[in-house]
Design a protein around this ligand. Structure first.
Ligand SMILES: [Fe+2]
Ligand SMILES: [Fe+2]
Length: 402
């Protein structure tokens, strides 16, 4: 297992201890950098100084409002409310965030690379009406969820971060959420589903709407920019909203949300769509792990303790919404999968997220009723089980799978 346990595609119960950070080397004093430009030069405005250098020298000679020319100290960086220059990537305070960015770029793919031909046949000739109901409604929920995820991370979360190494991973995450939406759209188009009907389903099916409405309510609370996070109540609200997004919305609802289609895949059905979802799941495992790590860092830096009653309410609301959703999409069980399995796995994964966050388990005693799900996340696939391309597509030698 690598030191960056939460920073690969392994989704397990343990929490990594951040590695000790080596002291950052002292940067060259800014005065020296300026001197390197200014010294031994003709006076500003002299006809012997090139025009470009004259402009730069004038800029450096100006008092710069709000920007210190002193080198940054990485220890001044904060998750929020930081004062260090937001445009200067290194020296890092959070090197793990940069590692997340590098790892994310090793899972580059597009939905066009995966054949959906067999899925068209399966959908039209092999799936039962109950299986089609499951497939379409899962897709319908996911399409709406990923748009919401893109907007939340890009518009609500990212702008509040005050360290560039955090923002740069989140910029990649915004792109990945858009890619996920493209993937669902590609599945919908490939199968010839009615787009109007699929996309509007969350508006007319209360059990799908319930999850989206809950997420909107929790995330809208932090959507506006310019929120004053030096205010402790506002900070608590933001921390709880980001925790919900990473730990529940991505960490439970997405993580567990693909399982009905994976259950079809295990029987050799809808393997193209399932492989698409495996790529998405690999991204989502990173999104969840990153978000959880940021929240832990935030709580530590700000010496913030979350209100236990607010956390309890969050878990209860999430479970109620997920339970109703499971009851709808699996109103009839399909071979190898049913609503109670879905609900049980939600509780089991919720406990894992809570442990990763350093919180008490919300559903003590919940069992791992779908032990194959983690295999799916970690892509330790059996060759006769999935297509072979997924793991082979992995690039770079830095990742470990155990
Ligand atoms: Fe996503
Ligand atoms: Fe995500």
């Amino acid at each position: 297992m690598t030191a960056f346990l939460l920073n690969d595609w392994d989704d397990g119960p343990a929490v990594a201890t951040p590695p000790a950070q080596a002291p950052a080397p002292s940067p060259a004093p800014m005065a020296d950098l300026q001197a390197g430009i200014l010294e031994s030069r003709a006076p500003i405005g002299s006809s012997t100084m090139p025009a470009g250098e004259q402009a730069l020298a004038r800029t450096l000679a100006q008092p710069t409002a709000g920007l210190s020319l002193a080198p940054i100290n990485p220890e001044d960086k904060r998750v929020v409310n930081g004062k260090a220059d937001i445009n200067q990537l290194a020296p890092f305070k959070y090197p793990w965030a940069w590692e997340f960015f590098l790892n994310a770029n090793r899972n580059h793919w597009t939905p066009l690379e995966i054949s959906m031909a067999q899925d068209v046949h399966d959908y039209n000739h092999k799936l039962t009406p109950a299986e089609r109901h499951v497939f379409e409604n899962v897709l319908s929920y996911l399409t709406t969820s990923d748009i919401l995820a893109m907007r939340n991370i890009g518009l609500a979360v990212m702008e509040k971060m005050s360290a560039p190494e955090l923002q740069i991973y989140q910029a990649r995450q915004v792109y990945e959420e858009a890619l996920h939406t493209w993937t669902y759209q590609h599945c919908i188009e490939s199968l010839g589903l009615n787009q109007q009907e699929i996309y509007n389903r969350y508006r007319v099916v209360p059990q799908i709407h319930g999850k989206i409405a809950l997420a909107n309510r929790r995330l809208n609370a932090v959507l506006e920019s310019g929120k004053d996070l030096t205010d402790r109540d506002a900070l608590h609200e933001f921390a709880l909203a980001y925790l919900f997004f990473a730990g529940v919305f991505e960490g439970c609802w997405f993580y567990n949300g693909f399982t009905p289609i994976f259950a079809l895949q295990r029987r050799g059905l809808m393997k193209g769509a399932a492989e698409q979802l495996q790529y998405i799941m690999r991204d989502e495992v990173l999104h969840c792990a990153f978000g959880i790590r940021v929240v832990r860092q935030l709580l530590q830096e700000e010496n913030l303790t979350l209100d236990p009653a607010a956390l309890r309410r969050m878990w209860d609301e999430a479970e109620a919404a997920e339970s109703a959703y499971a009851g709808y999409i699996l109103r009839e069980p399909i071979l190898g999968y049913n609503a109670d399995l879905h609900r049980g796995q939600f509780r089991f994964i919720a406990n894992r997220r809570a442990r990763q966050l350093g919180l008490a388990e919300p559903f003590p005693g919940a069992e791992n009723v779908l032990p194959w799900l983690d295999e799916q996340a970690n892509l330790r696939k059996e060759k006769n089980f999935f297509e072979t391309r997924v793991t082979e597509y992995q690039t770079g030698g830095a990742l470990t799978w155990e």
